[in-house]
Structure formats: C-alpha cells, structure tokens
Design a protein around this ligand. Structure first.
Ligand code: GDP
Length: 445
C-alpha cells in the first residue's frame, strides 16, 4: 500500500529532519516536492493544493517545541493533515445493521472486486459480530458471477439465496428481502450487477433495487489502483443511486494510492474498508491514523513530537499554575484564557472542563454570555497598554474611558471585564492551593 508515495515522502522528510535549522524556503521547497509526490500518486489537484496550503500555514505558525527539530515538527504537521484529509468531517461509525434484517447494497463496476468484497464483509459480520448473514447475487447477466457468490458463500459458511433462472434483479431483491425476514437473518447483502463502464441501464436497475429494499448502507466497491478514476466513479454512483460509503480494493498493490486521499475530500463519502488481497479475510476497516502512518512511514518522529508537545504543555501548565496560585493572574493571562475559550468552542466547552464550573457556565449562558462577549473582552484587553495589562489595579476613570473607546465599547463593559478578572484571579488563587488548577490548565491546552 502506498509504497511509491511513501518512498517519495520519506526521501523529502529524511533530508528535512536531518537539518538543524530550517528556513522558510527549506519548508517551501520540501512542500513543493510533497505536492509533486501527491500528484504523482494521483491525488486530485485541488485536494493536493489545499493540503499543501494547510501544512504551510501550520508550519509557519507552529510553536517551536524544545527537543525536536523544525523538520520533525513539519513531519508531524504533515501527518496530522494526512489524518484530517483521510478522516474528513465526522466519524461514520460502524455499519448500520441494527433493525434486522438490515439490507446492504453492494454496487460498483465489474472487476472492481464487488463479489469478493461482498463475501469478505459477510465473513466479517458473521465471525466478528456474530451476525446471521444472507447474500444474494443480482447479476442476472452473468451466471458466472452468481455461481461465484454461491461458491464463496460455501467457503465462508454464509447462506446464499438460491438462484432461480429467469428472475430480474428486482425480483431477486424482493425474494432476498422476504427470505431474510422469514429466515431470521440480521443482515442481507445484495451483490448488484456491474458493467465495465457506468451506463444508464445499470444505474436505473440499481436505483430500482434500492427503492425496493431501502438499504441501510450502499457501499461502492472500487479498484483503488485506478486513482482519480475511482473517485470519479464514486461521484457518479453517488449522484445516480446515492452511496453511504466506499470500499477501496487492491490496496495490497504498490499502486499510487491517491484515491484514498482524494475520496473523502472530493465525494464527502467515507472509506469504510480497504481490500488488501484476494483472500477472504483480506479486508481492513479504514482507520485514518493507521493509513496516514503507512503513507508517511515516520511513526517514530510523530510519536517523538507528540511527546515533546505534551511535555511542553505540562511545563507551561505548571508555570501558569504556580503564578496563578500566587495571585499573579493578570490581563495577559486572562486574554490567553479567553482566546483559548474561543478556540475550544466557547464558554460552555471550557467551563465544563474546570472543576465545579459547570453550573457557572450555565448561569453565564442564561445571562446571554456568548462568544461575541468573549470577542469584546479580548478587544478591551487589546486596547490596554502593556503596563495596564500587567497591573489592572492602576485603571482609573480616564484610562478606563480611553480603553473602552479604543475597543469601541462602554466603560460599563470594561468594568464588567475587570470584575470578572478579579473573580477569576481569586478563584485561581484558591484552586492553586490544591492540584486542581494545574490539571484544569492542562485540559485547556
Ligand atoms: P467484481 O466483478 O467486481 O465482482 O470483482 P471480483 O470480486 O470478481 O474480483 C475481481 C478480481 O479481483 C478477483 O480475482 C479478486 O480475487 C480480485 N480482488 C478483489 N479484491 C481484491 C483485493 O483487495 N486485492 C487483490 N489483490 N485482489 C482483489
């Protein structure tokens, strides 16, 4: 899987991580090479371009962590972005096979590995999830394909709907549905007909079957070696029949693997499984972390940087906790906290994490305290001088007027902020006596 891409990236990052200091140009030229490697792996152009842009932004903004080189840090950023691209928005979770009998529609072009994958999934559901599974072939044009599924069923000990000559795909689907219901099956998998190319007849047939069985999952099986073509096929099937996920086959080959990287970003559909061989247990659930690890092949460096980051955060938390416990909680600290709150999804998210603050969060919310309030408070702090931020006690009327005006707000807004600051400083001081504060700060980072 991904040998070529992996090798190419390995070369780029080996050079990068061996260098001590990195100039912006070093990073940029390395990323140019990454971009070429991605395109050669048949990752779609917009996906590759976005990817590089995000890595570049993060690499320039990254906090320098002691004990790792900038190159190692770039590797970690690339790794995280790979995971993000592979994962996409939201976790698809497990296959939806509650409410027995749950229909799963298997669709795809001929030769993509649809029949084999149907049997692989059936085997997995039977063995790992102890499900009673029924399979049925709807490929009325190819008796050999129907035969093939029957043989695979025997091999894995999964029931296959008997073949009745002369039935249409829809008739078989109906029979499978009633057999699955009557026979007390948990899941039934329908292996639909494939064609060498996408054609209207095929799509119409699959859509008709879909309307009869109302599948819980419609899985597209595509050959991962075909790169961008696989992504186009997925788009086409999704537009015509609607798919819930993708299975990429032949990922055991040393193919270019770009389909895996583009699929989610281009189609919005999750990859659920990858096929890694002809054997019936050569099927893996798609795990973005693991796949990213294989693409990059730099697990050691990623782990090293993660550890260094965790150490750095622990040290920072410790320093902050010490200062806060002494009552040294100034406006800069408050600003950091407010910014952190914004980043973490606002007030509620943060207060929920601080021990004993869940109730306070609810009260603040009830009082109309939301993210726009956070932004206004940050604006007020920005409007203060360095001296004022370090020691808000010096704020008298004229300074207050100036600060409020600078932020485009009222003095009453500033007074509110100052009150909150005093309360927080008090609380920090109290909490600092126990170990709670350090823990809370850690969680916020
Ligand atoms: P269908 O026409 O889409 O039903 O494709 P088949 O299931 O008949 O598969 C076509 C060929 O691809 C068969 O020889 C399979 O053994 C092979 N195949 C399917 N999945 C994989 C895979 O993940 N890796 C490899 N190496 N071969 C596969």
């Amino acid at each position: 899987m991904f040998e070529n891409l992996s090798e190419r990236l390995g070369g780029v990052f080996d050079r990068l991580t061996k260098q001590g200091a990195l100039s912006e140009e070093d990073v940029r030229s390395a990323l140019r090479e990454v971009r070429v490697a991605l395109l050669e792996a048949d990752v779609s152009l917009p996906v590759a371009r976005d990817f590089i842009k995000r890595v570049e932004t993060k690499a320039t903004g990254a906090a320098v962590t002691k004990s790792v080189t900038p190159g190692q840090q770039v590797v970690k950023i690339v790794h995280d972005e790979l995971v993000a691209v592979l994962r996409g928005e939201g976790d698809p979770g497990a296959l939806k096979i509650d409410n027995p009998p749950a229909p799963i529609l298997m669709v795809g072009l001929q030769g993509g590995g649809k029949t084999t994958t149907t049997a692989k999934i059936a085997k997995r559901l039977k063995e790992r999830e102890k499900k009673r599974v029924l399979m049925a072939s709807l490929d009325t044009n190819r008796p050999a394909a129907m035969e093939q599924l029957a043989i695979l069923g025997q091999q894995i000990g999964v029931d296959v709907l008997p073949i009745v000559k002369g039935e249409s795909a829809v008739q078989i689907a109906r029979r499978a549905k009633s057999q699955a219901t009557l026979g007390g099956y948990d899941v039934y998998l329908l292996d639909t007909a494939g064609r060498l190319q996408i054609d209207e007849v095929l799509m119409a047939e699959v859509a008709e079957v879909r309307d009869v069985v109302h599948p819980r999952e419609t899985l597209l099986v595509v050959d991962g070696l075909t790169g961008q073509v696989a992504v186009e096929v997925a788009q086409e099937f999704d537009a015509k029949v609607g798919i819930t996920g993708v299975v990429l086959t032949r990922m055991d080959g040393d193919g270019r693997g770009g389909a895996a990287l583009s699929m989610r970003a281009v189609t919005g559909k999750p990859i659920r499984f990858v096929g890694t061989g002809e054997k019936l247990d050569a099927l893996e659930t798609f795990e973005p972390e693991r796949i990213a690890g294989r693409i990059l092949g730099m697990g050691d460096i990623v782990a090293l940087v993660e550890k260094a980051q965790a150490t750095l955060e622990a040290e920072q938390a410790e320093r902050m906790a010490k200062r806060f416990a002494k009552g040294l909680f100034n406006m800069n600290d408050l600003k950091t906290q407010l910014e952190q709150m914004l980043k973490m999804g606002g007030m509620q998210g943060l207060m929920g994490m601080l021990p004993g603050m869940g109730k306070a969060a609810k009260q603040m919310e009830a009082a109309g305290f939301d993210d726009s309030v956070l932004r206004r408070q940050i604006a007020l702090i920005n409007s203060m001088t360095k001296k004022e931020r370090a020691n808000p006690a010096i704020l008298q009327a004229s300074r207050k007027r100036r600060i409020a005006a600078g932020a485009g707000l009222q003095v009453s807004d500033l007074n509110q902020l100052l009150k909150m600051h005093r309360q927080m400083a008090d609380m920090m001081k109290k909490m600092g006596k126990g170990g709670m504060l350090k823990q809370a700060i850690r969680q916020m980072m």
